[in-house]
Design a protein around this ligand. Structure first.
Ligand SMILES: [Zn+2]
Length: 436
């Protein structure tokens, strides 16, 4: 293999279990198995128009091999010989790719002595490769810039008007990204791509938001193409709860957890699953719709068309409606948290009922997948035990005893940043380095 050019060596046999996958409409996706943030199943939706998605091209193989070296370097600097051992690539391939990475500012080298022999130590340049994480909500937009070493370089959240159209949101994201780049001094050429979270189910066959999203104005729009046109970088699209789950096993406190469920309780209720170390995408990508688990068959009509879904009992929208009756003005989730922490009996009752219903739905899911940890995120995270306690009661009541007792429940430590940070992690997990 030593005589071959770097792009000729075929990845797929290394202990890191890399796998390049293809489908009819999306080519040259890279799926990697890492200790943290592993993705498997269907590839994340990404526009088909990037020049670098020709399957099996020499450029694609070189990018794949470069990604393997970057993954090996995430654990810290290493000599070229060590990189060859860790990646399974030949020393000549490693040497060639390191030269390319050095020239493009991704890595730097320094001579060292290893086992009495001269060697070249390689380290990643922190700002040489930056991922963008973007989280869209009904009323907000958050953008983060993150380095390969999982350091946040810049971050900002802005309000979006309720009922905004996708084009408005995309324009706001573009402007915010431009401002963050200017303020942080990060070059646009350092951007690997943007991982974008949408609060709705994403049909991975068409890469569009499916009906039932909290953002109905975004349904059916080719967000990938529009965002790639606007941002001029590769875009990876995912459901926001999936990104929340990914952030917990990359940025959060659960880095060694292989089976995790992240549930986001907000104006909608959705969940993301990490199963056997990877995000679970199911058949067409619509998973984790726990908000539409039936709790009361004769309950309120849900926005999905069914009756008595979990969302009709436990979403912040429902809780706020219940607590706003007969009062001037409308409460916000922040008001709800404050009232509960102040001990308001009505608020505590509504939260208790909601938590029990969430726990019941989670009990059924836990029976099926036996997660190690369930993480609760969303705007009510500040409630901590006031929300976790009824959820735990509902879980224990409805799960098989040994499953209920062995499933840990936790509030997300990442708060309202979880989804955007997960977006950045998605880029690191899936992107190939485009600088060649
Ligand atoms: Zn429903």
């Amino acid at each position: 293999m030593d005589d071959l050019p770097p792009e000729a060596e075929i990845a797929g046999t290394s202990p890191l279990s890399h796998r390049a996958t293809r489908c009819g409409s999306c080519v040259n996706f890279l799926t990697t198995t890492l200790k943290t943030g592993t993705l498997n199943g269907m590839p994340t939706p990404r526009s088909t128009r990037s020049k670098l998605r020709k399957p099996g091209s020499q450029s694609a193989l070189r990018q794949l091999n470069q990604q393997r070296i970057i993954e090996a370097l995430r654990g810290g600097p290493a000599t070229q010989a060590e990189l060859a051992r860790q990646t399974g690539l030949s020393t000549a391939t490693v040497s060639n790719i390191v030269k390319i990475m050095q020239a493009s500012g991704l890595a730097s080298t320094e001579p060292v002595t290893s086992s009495g022999r001269r060697a070249l130590n390689v380290r990643l340049n922190d700002n040489g490769a930056v991922a963008v994480g973007i989280d869209f909500g009904r009323r907000h937009l958050r953008v983060v810039l993150a380095s390969l070493s999982y350091r946040v370089i810049a971050e900002e959240s802005v309000h979006l008007p309720l009922g905004h159209h996708a084009s408005e949101g995309i324009r706001a994201a573009t402007e915010l990204l431009t401002r963050l780049l200017a303020e942080s001094g990060v070059e646009r050429s350092a951007l690997l791509g943007a991982g974008v979270g949408i609060p709705g189910p994403i049909d991975r066959r068409s890469s569009t938001v499916a009906p039932g999203a909290i953002l109905p104005e975004w349904v059916g729009i080719d967000i990938l193409s529009e965002m790639e046109d606007a941002l001029e970088i590769p875009v990876y699209l995912d459901n926001d709860a999936n990104l929340g789950a990914l952030s917990e096993v990359t940025w959060g406190h659960h880095r060694h957890v292989s089976n995790l469920l992240f549930i986001k309780i907000g104006s909608g209720i959705g969940s993301g699953l990490i199963l056997n170390g990877g995000t679970y995408y199911g058949n067409v990508g619509i998973t984790g719709e726990i908000g539409h688990a039936t709790i009361h068959e004769q309950g309120l009509i849900c926005r999905c068309g069914n009756r008595g879904c979990l969302e009709t009992i436990a979403s912040t929208t429902t809780m706020i409606e219940l607590l706003s009756r007969g009062k001037p003005g409308k409460l916000t989730p922040v008001d709800l948290v404050r009232s509960a922490l102040e001990g308001d009996p009505a608020t505590l009752r509504v939260i208790d009922d909601a938590g029990l219903a969430v726990g019941r739905a989670l009990g059924n899911v836990a029976n099926l997948i036996n997660p190690e940890v369930i993480v609760v995120g969303g705007p009510l995270a500040g409630l901590n035990g006031l929300l976790l306690d009824p959820i735990r009661r509902g879980l224990i009541r409805h799960a098989v005893p040994v499953v209920g007792e062995t499933t840990s429940l936790a509030i997300s430590s990442l708060g309202d940043r979880a989804e955007a940070l997960g977006g950045a992690a998605l880029v690191f997990a899936q992107s190939v380095i485009r600088k060649t």
